[in-house]
Design a protein around this ligand. Structure first.
Ligand code: ADP
Ligand code: MG
Length: 248
C-alpha cells in the first residue's frame, strides 16, 4: 500500500535548559492510503503532539515528516495551509463552531476563504455531506439547537469539505455518550470504507477496536502496536481484549 504520510525520527521538545523535555522522542511512523489507525496511551504521553506533527499543524524540532513525499518542514506557511485544506481533515473532541452562524454556514465557512465566487458549489457539497451524515434537516438551525453528536457530525462534514485523503481525529468521541460515540464511529468507518485514511487518538478501547492498527505511546515513544484485520461488523469483544491486555 502507498504511503501517504511518513514520519521519521520525529522529535519535539518543550521548555528550555533544565526544564527541557522531549515530548516526542525519535518517533517513526508511516500512514498508508486507506488505513484506519488509532493511537492510545496515558495522558501526556504525546498522542496529540504526534497527530499535530504528522498533520503539519505543529513544527517539529528534529526528524522528517513527509506528505506523499513532500517534506512538510520546508513548506511555507501558506503552502502548508493549502495542503492541510485540500488533503487533510481534522476532527476534535468538540468542533469549534461559531455561535452566530447556522450549522450550514459553519460547515462552509473554512471552504469559503478565497473561494467566494464558488458559494453555490460549496453550499451544494455541504448539503450533500449533511445528508450523508444524517443532519440535512439541521442546515438552517443554530448550533445551540443541536446535540453533541449532531455537532460532531457537523464537524465531520466540515472536515470532509476538501475531500481529504486523510482525517485526523483527536479524541473525536471523547465528549459523547456511548450511543453517540458508536454512531460517530459507524460514520467514520463508512468514510474509511470509501477510501479515506483515518488516524484517531483515543482513550477508548471500543473506539480503537474498530481500527486496523493500534499504536501505544508512552513518554513520547511508540512502545507497542497491534495489527488487526479490517473490522467488518459483529462483536468487538475479542479485538477489545487484545487491546486492553496491552494497556495493562
Ligand atoms: P496526550 O495527547 O498524550 O495527552 P500531549 O501530546 O498533549 O499528550 O502532550 C504531551 C506532553 O507535552 C504533556 O506533558 C504536555 O504537558 C506537553 N505539552 C503539550 N503542549 C505543550 C506546549 N504547548 N507547551 C509546553 N508543553 C506542552
Ligand atoms: Mg491529547
Amino acid at each position: 500500500m502507498k504511503k501517504i504520510i511518513s514520519g521519521e525520527n520525529i522529535t519535539k521538545q518543550y521548555g528550555t535548559g533544565e526544564e527541557q523535555r522531549k515530548v516526542l522522542d525519535e518517533v517513526s511512523v508511516d500512514i498508508h492510503e486507506g488505513e484506519f489507525v488509532s493511537v492510545m496511551g496515558p495522558s501526556g504521553s504525546g498522542k496529540s503532539t504526534l497527530l499535530f506533527a504528522l498533520s503539519g499543524m505543529d513544527r517539529i524540532d528534529w526528524g522528517l515528516v513527509t506528505f506523499e513525499g513532500r517534506d512538510l518542514g520546508i513548506l511555507e506557511e501558506d503552502e502548508l495551509a493549502d495542503l492541510r485544506r485540500t488533503e487533510m481533515g481534522f476532527v476534535f473532541q468538540q468542533p469549534t463552531l461559531m455561535k452566530n452562524l447556522n450549522i450550514l454556514d459553519n460547515i462552509i465557512l473554512p471552504s469559503m476563504r478565497g473561494n467566494r465566487r464558488k458559494v453555490a458549489a460549496i453550499t451544494d457539497k455541504a448539503q450533500q455531506l449533511m445528508q450523508k451524515v444524517g443532519i440535512a434537516e439541521l442546515a438552517k438551525r443554530d448550533i445551540t439547537e443541536a446535540s453533541g453528536g449532531q455537532l460532531q457530525r457537523a464537524g465531520i462534514c466540515r472536515a470532509l469539505m476538501g475531500s481529504p485523503r486523510i482525517i485526523f481525529g483527536d479524541e473525536p468521541t471523547g465528549a459523547l455518550n456511548l450511543k453517540a460515540a458508536e454512531e460517530i464511529m459507524d460514520l467514520l468507518s463508512g468514510i474509511n470504507e470509501e477510501g479515506t485514511a483515518i488516524m484517531l487518538v483515543t482513550h477508548d478501547a471500543t473506539v480503537a477496536a474498530r481500527t486496523q492498527r493500534i499504536m501505544f505511546m508512552c513518554d513520547g515513544r511508540i512502545v507497542d502496536e497491534i495489527r488487526l484485520p479490517k473490522y467488518s461488523g459483529g462483536t468487538l469483544e475479542p479485538r477489545m481484549n487484545l487491546i486492553t491486555a496491552k494497556m495493562r
